[in-house]
Design a protein around this ligand. Structure first.
Ligand SMILES: CC(C)(COP(=O)(O)OP(=O)(O)OC[C@H]1O[C@@H](n2cnc3c(N)ncnc32)[C@H](O)[C@@H]1OP(=O)(O)O)[C@@H](O)C(=O)NCCC(=O)NCCS
Length: 157
């Protein structure tokens, strides 16, 4: 994984309530580029980040005290669902997203779960390439008048 400009690798930790405004800022930065590309605002732009930060289900990647990325998990036995993975645009392409996905996978393995599942929007073609690069299998898609979702799974063998 590449280091950031200062040569420091990000550390991960659970989010805490005080992270709320930084998480909301990352969501605005990371998902803002999809406004206009999809018919409705991406769901992460509509979340209450006071709740997200305090949920106990969100982890962050931090360098020098600054949060660069976040991910939230949701249990769905026998899988762990990966939600709302986002990295600051200025820090993308440095392995932070991959590190947060690996964290979710290690949480799922530690809990004895079968694997990790997630969905993204079909219009977000970069995400499809990203998850496929990380060995996620595209399982199916669901289209209705409001959205076109693409579902991925990584089963541990
Ligand atoms: C998707 C996202 C989290 C990826 O984070 P990132 O830190 O930029 O990704 P990484 O640098 O960890 O990339 C990991 C791997 O995926 C590959 N990858 C990333 N984007 C890719 C793309 N568009 N096409 C092909 N491969 C890609 C990288 O090359 C890297 O592979 P490597 O380890 O072999 O070098 C980030 O782009 C983001 O925040 N996007 C906006 C929010 C969003 O849409 N989130 C996903 C919601 S489902």
């Amino acid at each position: 994984m590449a280091s950031n400009a200062k040569g420091t690798r990000p550390q991960t930790r659970p989010a805490v309530a005080a992270d709320s405004s930084e998480l909301a800022e990352i969501a605005r930065e990371a998902y803002g580029r999809y406004l206009g590309l999809v018919d409705e605002p991406p769901a992460p732009l509509l979340l209450d980040y006071d709740q997200v930060a305090a949920s106990g289900r969100t982890h962050v990647a931090v360098v020098d005290g600054r949060i660069l990325g976040m991910v939230t998990v949701e249990p769905d036995d026998p899988y762990l669902i990966l939600r709302n993975l986002a990295v600051r645009p200025s820090c993308q392409g440095q392995g932070i997203g991959k590190k947060l996905v690996a964290l979710v996978e290690s949480m799922a393995r530690s809990a004895g779960l079968k694997g990790v599942r997630l969905w993204t929007r079909a219009e977000m073609t970069d995400n499809i390439a990203f998850y496929q690069a990380l060995q996620y299998e595209l399982t199916h898609s669901e289209k209705n008048e409001r959205s076109h979702r693409v579902f991925f799974s990584r089963d541990f063998r």
